[in-house]
Design a binder for this molecule. Structure first.
Ligand code: ADP
Length: 230
């Protein structure tokens, strides 16, 4: 098991946002986290990254599992003044220790990640001149550089056109097939049902965690009319 939450609750200033949540994620799973705005999806991601403490219950993250994180896109990120190579290479910083330069292994890792995502030809391009879809690929390559065991993605196709979004989903599918566990917050229930192996549905008064097949038979899914956008 790479991640498990047991009776987890998380609050902001006394207001409970996540209430008594239990679920687990095993190596190779593709977990989609769905739910309305404000249902606590981003808060849960912060909890998994130890950026927000549990008010009760437990979060277990396997210390051997290295986690790469692709946050929600912000307007400042769009104008990042660096080359694609610099952005992706900086993903290896967590393994850099105190060396003043990047090692050959780190450069190889960055190149491998660019190749894996089909953007090696963009290596020298300036990040801010790229299309939205290319920019998101670059940040995905950066997250992969940081860690290949598990990727946490928070609404990664927000703002992408349908073609770029579909290409991005296919990339994630292939990364998952090569053994990386995926946890993705998504608004797109049809994507969750197509690619996810497991679904975590957060809702103000209810929640569901289980396999995709179990979810399809759940009341929560039926009430949301599985297949339509949340
Ligand atoms: P989602 O990602 O599902 O849209 P969030 O986790 O962002 O939901 O937010 C869940 C609830 O927590 C919302 O009611 C939101 O207003 C509240 N919330 C989120 N961040 C904070 C914060 N930093 N301080 C106080 N309340 C917050």
């Amino acid at each position: 098991m790479q991640i498990s939450c047991e009776n987890l609750s998380i609050s902001y200033e006394g207001k409970t946002v996540i209430d008594n949540l239990s679920f687990c994620v095993n190596k190779g799973d593709y977990l989609c986290i769905v739910g309305e705005n404000g249902s606590g999806k981003s808060t849960l991601i912060k909890g998994l990254l130890s950026l927000k403490k549990a008010s009760s219950g437990k979060i277990f993250v396997d210390s051997k599992a290295k986690i790469g994180y692709l946050p929600q896109k912000t307007p400042t990120q769009k104008d990042f003044p660096a080359s694609v190579w610099e952005v992706v290479l900086s993903g290896t910083l967590n393994t850099k220790k105190f060396m003043p330069f990047y090692s050959r292994a780190q450069k190889k890792k960055a190149k491998d990640c660019l190749e894996k995502l089909n953007i090696l030809d963009l290596k020298k391009a300036c990040y801010r001149n790229l299309s939205g879809g290319q920019q998101q690929r670059v940040f995905l390559a950066r997250a992969l550089c940081a860690a290949e065991d598990l990727l946490l993605l928070d609404e990664p196709v927000n703002g992408l056109d349908p073609v770029a979004a579909q290409e991005f989903y296919e990339l994630i599918k292939n990364i998952n097939k090569s053994g990386t566990t995926i946890i993705m917050v998504t608004h797109d229930i049809s994507h969750a049902l197509k690619y996810g192996t497991h679904i975590l549905h957060l809702s103000e008064n209810d929640m569901f965690f289980g396999t995709k097949e179990e979810y399809l038979n759940s009341d929560l899914c039926k009430n949301f009319g599985g297949g339509k956008k949340l």
